[in-house]
Write a protein that binds this ligand. Sequence first.
Ligand code: AMP
Length: 137
Amino acid sequence: MSVFKKIINREIESNIVYEDDLVIAFLDISQATKAHTLVVPKKDYQNIYQLDEKTAGHLFKVVVKISQAIKKAFQPDGLNIVNNNGAVAGQSVFHYHIHIIPRYKGDDFSIKYVNHSQDYSKEDFIKIKETIINSLS
Ligand code: AMP
């Protein structure tokens, strides 16, 4: 059983900030930044590919609601929404969750994006775009 399922079942302690029939939200124990919060569906989805439409829609509404509450409470200078899928992407708990990470000037949180656009021609972009479009539905 995942650590998040244990939190949902109240088998281990956590600091819950929100809960309804479908989702729960609690403080991330690491507090990458102050008020770092996780929003988690109660059902056992491992990753984004397994989420059903109703849960996904509701989950994101809760992410917005909690982000607004954190903004009101702590006045962060910015905020990142992060979701890791797969170990290679940094996932360590295999129960789907979204990180809300408020950002404060001078904090030490980072996500590194590298610009590889020079490796792709205009045709490459079109081919990638079309491949995604053809895979929708
Ligand atoms: P990820 O690496 O995206 O799978 O994120 C998992 C997150 O779960 C990490 O940021 C951990 O700090 C957090 N975490 C692990 N155990 C607990 C716990 N018992 N209570 C709250 N957060 C936890």
